[in-house]
Design a protein around this ligand. Structure first.
Ligand code: 5GP
Length: 188
């Protein structure tokens, strides 16, 4: 299992995780993105097997019962997300280093499972104030939703010391550079 490495990226919503993950995926072909399973419906252009494997709640629960997940969680009320064991096998059989984009609690759980084979990275906004501005600036959230995400972010920030590396996303350019440096060091 020694050369079977994984990178775990977790962050409170609005910290810029997707941008950083997308950048690393382009920059390092050895990385393989772990496609999670979810019971939520596809959004916009999302397609099955690309962003997620989409299942209805009943199908998802059947997979839980069959022990098909390495980890899963009800990230939002009534909506399940999880990593299928078959996805790990698929990526490792291709010789990839797996990259997980996963919520904070899932990230902590995966780090426990993979231990030294994993580098877990916590992406952090510079402050809650900046996070509030970013969430408001998206224009997609009403006030109540912004407050809900901020409360959740506060909770999620309490897990930061359980991660191997903390990346502060203040200036995106700098953060991308630092993310590249960390990745290069870990995969070499
Ligand atoms: P969204 O619905 O916006 O795509 O994702 C919601 C949250 O679920 C994000 O924080 C994302 O990182 C998290 N997530 C995605 N896949 C998984 C997974 O396999 N397991 C867990 N625990 N969380 C996941």
């Amino acid at each position: 299992m020694n050369n079977k490495k994984v990178m775990i990226f977790s962050a409170p919503s609005g910290a810029g995780k997707s941008t950083i993950v997308a950048h690393l995926m382009k920059r390092f072909p050895v990385l393989g993105f772990s496609v999670s399973a979810t019971s939520r419906a596809p959004r916009g252009e999302e397609s099955n097997g690309k962003e997620y494997y989409f299942f209805n709640t009943e199908e998802f629960k059947k997979k839980i019962a069959n022990n098909e997940f390495i980890e899963y969680e009800e990230v939002y009320k009534g909506f399940y997300y999880g990593t299928l064991k078959s996805e790990i096998d698929r990526l490792w059989s291709q010789g990839k280093i797996i990259l997980f984009d996963i919520d904070v609690v899932g990230g902590v759980n995966l780090k426990k499972l993979f231990g030294e084979s994993a580098l877990s990275v916590f992406i952090k906004p510079p402050s809650l104030e900046v996070l509030r501005e970013r969430l408001t600036g998206r224009g997609t959230e009403d006030n109540e939703s912004v407050e809900r995400r901020l409360t959740k972010a506060q909770y999620e920030l309490s897990f930061e010391d359980k991660f191997d590396v903390i990346l502060i996303n203040d200036k995106l350019e700098d953060c991308l550079g630092e993310a590249e440096r960390i990745t290069e060091e870990f995969i070499s």
